[in-house]
Unconditional design. Structure first.
Length: 477
């Protein structure tokens, strides 16, 4: 809880209406999330102004607002006025960070951030009180909101924070606020090229996380990504130890993956100066093959920082499930399977997902792929390039959705692949066709950028079909 007087003190503002002793239970920047007892921060964005939504926030239960200009509010609603709400939000969060006793682990990368964050958090909480950033609170607003809403609610030993960016300069601003002890950089790829232009630009921005780390920690990066090695070396101002993970190289290596009826068995090797020091075999209930690699930094941190042994890690992961729409598997009683990896997409992740589908035994394999957004001026070329990046030879039906993905449909048709290729403008256009097209024995994959709304396809399927209680599916790697 926060008192309005505290909010004013931490933000450099003043209580213009209401009792300075009045308390708020949570802080939001989206009026739709406001409930009874909350405070609404009115931020000015590139496309809208949060001050327009002050009445909506109050109607939904907000008891106070943080604003930078005069707004109309009932007399029972507290008003804190500041010169600039963006500056106030970060100033408030910085005050919380200054008082935070926890060791901060910050996870970033072009793919796999959320799952890796959840894996690290799952292991850390087994040894000490741990905060794990909720949902998608990983952005230029999500990180300060995490600190403000949770940073003083209890004494955490570990603070595991996901960090995502889509504009230049955002990582530096977030990292300067968060000041991590242990930056974790999973990978870099062709994402948000609209802002960063090249993969090199993505690497430059992501590695700014290292510039603002506090002394006494360590850096965990993908050792088989030269871009990361080079830029981290340049920005490692405290000369912190750099720990690496990978498949052919690294202090923590993926030695083997074997499918099991409920997930996979992963062989992990721990190396010191290039020599194998220890070897773990872990049975994990994770069906997505790319998450075997995401497991590496989690178990590496568990062994090095959390002082966990193999057995403790195995027990902690026995019931782990990936976050929603990130490789979820639905086995329907009506006799077909849905692979839901629809939360987001980029060219590399799209190719990985198609490869995953091709390994599933099926009478017919179908894929519904939607636009990949924020790829910059070459976005159409990136969609067309998927014809080469993914193996379509084992796919029977390819459904493309959205104006950009039409380029892939045209390219696949021009090559005369054996699959049936259909294109639809929107998700709503797909649904009537899909409702008639599925067959027993099918396996379908969903993959698209989040803004394409593919979760509507999943929700439709969940209303039409019944999930098997005990699927026991085998997922080939």
């Amino acid at each position: 809880m926060w008192r309005l007087g505290e909010v004013a003190a931490f933000t450099g503002g003043s209580v213009q209406q209401g009792d300075p002793l009045q308390t708020v239970t949570a802080v939001h920047i989206d009026s739709r999330q406001c409930t009874a007892g909350t405070l609404f921060v009115a931020l000015r964005g590139r496309h809208d102004d949060g001050h327009r939504f002050v009445p909506d926030a109050i109607q939904r239960g907000a008891v106070a607002v943080l604003v930078e200009r005069t707004v109309e509010a009932p007399s029972n609603v507290g008003v804190v006025r500041v010169p600039d709400t963006w500056t106030a939000l970060f100033r408030w969060a910085a005050a919380v960070r200054d008082r935070l006793a926890a060791r901060v682990i910050a996870v970033t990368g072009s793919m796999g951030k959320t799952t890796t964050k959840e894996l690290i958090g799952r292991l850390a909480c087994r040894v000490a009180p741990t905060f794990v950033s909720p949902g998608n609170w990983n952005s230029i607003t999500g990180v300060p909101l995490s600190l403000i809403n949770y940073g003083r609610s209890r004494a955490y030993a570990w603070w595991v924070q996901e960090v995502g960016i889509n504009q230049r300069g955002e990582m530096a601003r977030i990292a300067a606020l968060l000041r991590p002890h242990y930056p974790v950089i999973l990978n870099v790829g062709p994402v948000h090229l609209e802002a960063f232009e090249t993969v090199e630009g993505v690497a430059d921005e992501k590695t700014d996380l290292v510039r603002f780390m506090v002394p006494g920690g360590g850096i965990f990066i993908a050792g088989d990504v030269p871009l990361l090695r080079t830029r981290v070396a340049q920005k490692n101002l405290w000369e912190a130890p750099v720990w690496t993970f990978g498949e052919a190289d690294g202090d923590v290596r993926l030695l083997g993956v074997t499918p099991t009826p409920t997930g996979m068995t992963v062989e992990v090797g721990f190396y010191r100066a290039g020599t194998l020091e220890d070897r773990w075999t872990l049975d994990v209930p994770i069906l997505q093959p790319w998450n075997a690699r995401n497991l590496l930094p989690a178990v590496g941190l568990a062994r090095r920082l959390f002082c966990m042994g193999r057995d403790a890690v195995a027990v902690a992961l026995v019931d782990f499930h990936p976050p929603a729409h990130r490789g979820e598997v639905y086995r329907w009683k009506q006799g077909w399977t849905l692979l839901d990896d629809s939360y987001n997409a980029n060219p590399v992740a799209m190719a990985q997902a198609v490869r995953w589908l091709t390994g599933w035994p099926a009478r017919r394999r179908g894929v519904i792929v939607g636009d990949m957004l924020e790829l910059g001026p070459d976005e159409v070329a990136w969609h067309r390039r998927l014809a080469d990046m993914a193996d379509w030879s084992a796919i029977d039906v390819v459904i493309t959705v959205g104006p950009r993905m039409a380029a892939l449909a045209d390219e696949l048709r021009s090559r005369g692949i054996r699959a049936e290729v259909l294109h639809f403008a929107t998700v709503e256009d797909v649904l009537p066709w899909w409702a008639q097209a599925w067959r027993p024995g099918d396996v379908w994959l969903l993959k698209a950028s989040h803004a394409m709304g593919f979760e509507r396809l999943v929700e439709w399927a969940r209303t039409q079909f019944q999930v098997e209680e005990d699927p026991h599916v085998i997922s080939p790697i």
